[in-house]
Design a protein around this ligand. Structure first.
Ligand code: IPE
Ligand code: IPE
Ligand code: MG
Length: 257
């Protein structure tokens, strides 16, 4: 059976070296999208979930290897209780409803963020999503839930310090690569591109370490309006960027190679 996430035609592999491998998305503006229509915020979050499904489909079709989506920050607990339970309800609905389709579409789900302060039923669902798709080899969908980059970095530092105190590691071996290997999404390449909707131009505690050399595209539209066309335009914008990683500007080729 075909999955709702698979394309009608096989994904056209675009062997474009300017195509990003890993895209991060800050899905912002659900509340304002709803307010502009006189709707409750939950309706914006529901439409936001639709947009997320579309973004996963598009990421598969565009041939991305990794898509990381920011769905709930550690700071989002400061929202009204009713909105928090709506957001948790949508996360549960997404996993229960879409997990089988994600697996059929060969999507490997990984969750980053703090698990220990989540309720057992939510923790169990997150674990199930990862276990069910463990052997999938297509797109890796990294869901940042109850995530905060500062908390992630502090937790890695704490774990390394404990290992050093117990004599398991030599402090002189802790370099940037080793540190990265202790972060939540260890093994995933850094995001090449980070897209944020809603017009805000900030990271809001998303992937602070991993974004060291990411390109940024800020879109004025709210997340529920983010569609395949907007995604393609952001990738095209990325394709125009010149990434230097601290080096000099690349020499213009005169040999046509
Ligand atoms: C993004 O939309 C969803 C989450 C942060 C969970 P918002 O809920 O932040 O919507 P705005 O920014 O208030 O419009
Ligand atoms: C960032 O959006 C978090 C998510 C998209 C999940 P926020 O709406 O929480 O960020 P701020 O408060 O505008 O910086
Ligand atoms: Mg917001």
């Amino acid at each position: 059976m075909r999955s709702m996430f698979s394309n009608k035609t096989p994904a056209a592999a675009t062997p474009d070296k300017r195509a990003p491998v890993h895209v991060g998305v800050i899905m912002d503006g659900n509340g304002r999208w709803a307010a502009a229509r006189g709707l409750p915020r939950i309706e914006g979050h529901r439409r936001g979930l639709e947009a997320l499904r579309g973004a996963v489909r598009a990421a598969i079709d565009f041939g991305l290897d990794y898509l990381t989506v920011y769905s709930f920050s550690v700071e989002n607990w400061s929202r009204p209780q009713e909105e928090i339970s709506d957001l948790l309800g949508l996360l549960k609905f997404f996993i229960r409803n879409d997990l089988a389709d994600l697996r059929k579409a060969d999507v490997k789900v990984r969750i980053i963020g703090r698990r220990d302060d989540l309720k057992p039923d939510v923790r169990a669902l997150l674990a199930e999503a990862e276990a069910t798709t463990r052997d999938c080899g297509g797109l890796t969908l990294i869901v940042a839930f109850n995530y905060g980059a500062r908390q992630e970095i502090a937790a890695a530092a704490r774990a390394i310090a404990e290992d050093a105190r117990a004599g398991r590691i030599d402090p002189s071996a802790v370099d940037a690569a080793y540190f990265a290997s202790r972060l939540d999404a260890a093994g995933a390449p850094d995001p090449d591109l980070i897209i944020r909707t809603s017009g805000e131009q900030r990271l809001s505690n998303f992937l602070l370490w991993q974004a060291a050399y990411s390109e940024f595209v800020f879109l004025p539209m709210h997340w529920p309006d983010f569609d395949r066309k907007a995604f393609a335009a952001a990738l095209a914008e990325y394709g125009q960027r010149e990434r230097r990683f601290g080096g000099s500007a690349p020499a213009v080729s005169v040999a046509g190679g």
